[in-house]
Design a binder for this molecule. Structure first.
Ligand code: CP
Length: 296
């Protein structure tokens, strides 16, 4: 792996390898077993131009558990505020001695651009409305650990699909694993062209679902919360009751309680949201390990 910009580039076997490795790493951490120090002192730079809790902290811990050093770029307190360009900023972070750059940016395609500018392997930690590939891998890890396998499962992705990079990566990763996708959203948030099933009536999709994957409304990218949206799409107790008894709720976080998800659904035993977070560190360790392996 030279970098990790898009989950679709993995193919099924590449994705399955990361899922298997993440599972093994999670067991090793749980059992207190030593983990191979794959980074062996290499430096991972977290370069986040947008806020993050889960992704940035889990990359921090993943790199530390693999014997790496972590440096963190903070745009608020960096020389960006003195007028330094993006290109000069990332060239500086690379020249300091970064071996891997973990990049989040509000604009589509910036991680790819930084990889080309610097020649340093880049992990896409979320770009614009395009992709969040490590999120999709940890979601796949969560699904495999819960259901035991993936082929033939049915997932409904609900909400602000138009502005969601999580949806962008799920729409590539889930079909690779044989998971059947339906997109449920107000018409304005559904893709104009897609081979996937779509509906603007959530109720129609719930009874068949094994997994209901809820999305946050991306206000920072133009999504607007309306009373109609909350009424027609919020996963609440009544909608939860319509699901098959083995169906589960997922959400990448951060969740907005009272908008896309009601309190009693977020805190229900049917929710895998906390489990998704538990899989974040082993998944990101598997990604960093794969990158380190190919760096020689
Ligand atoms: N799921 C996710 O990307 O969360 P953060 O924005 O907190 O990293």
């Amino acid at each position: 792996m030279k970098g990790f910009l898009s989950v679709g580039s993995l193919g099924r076997s590449g994705l399955q390898s990361l899922i298997d490795r993440a599972g093994a790493l999670r067991e090793a951490i749980r059992d207190g077993e030593p983990v191979p120090q794959a980074l062996g002192g290499r430096c991972v730079a977290n370069v986040f131009f947008e806020p993050s809790t889960r992704t940035r902290l889990s990359f921090d811990l993943a790199a530390a558990r693999l014997g790496g050093h972590v440096i963190t770029f903070d745009p608020e307190t960096s020389s960006t505020s003195k007028g330094e360009s993006l290109r000069d900023t990332v060239a500086t972070i690379a020249a300091i001695g970064s071996d891997i750059l973990v990049v989040r940016h509000s604009r589509d395609g910036i991680p790819q651009m930084i990889a080309e500018w610097t020649g340093v392997p880049v992990v896409n930690a979320g770009d614009g409305i395009r992709e969040h590939p490590t999120q999709a891998v940890l979601d796949a890890v969560t699904i495999v650990r819960h259901f035991g396998q993936t082929d033939g499962l049915r997932m409904v992705i609900v909400g602000d699909i138009a502005h969601s990079r999580v949806a962008g990566s799920l729409m590539q990763a889930m079909p690779l694993l044989g998971i059947d996708l339906t997109l449920a959203a107000p018409t304005a948030w559904l893709p104009e062209e897609t081979s996937l099933s779509t509906t603007d009536a959530l109720s129609d999709a719930l009874e068949e679902a094994d997994i209901v994957y809820l999305l946050r409304v991306q206000k920072e990218r133009g999504g607007a919360i309306t009373d109609e949206y909350v009424r027609d799409f919020q996963m609440d107790r009544a909608r939860l009751a319509r699901l098959d008894e083995r169906a589960v709720i997922m959400h990448a976080g951060p969740i907005n309680r009272g908008v896309e998800i009601a309190d009693d659904v977020a805190d229900s035993p049917r929710s895998l949201i906390v489990e998704q977070v538990r899989n974040a560190v082993p998944t990101r360790m598997a990604v960093l390990e794969a990158l380190a392996r190919d760096m020689g």
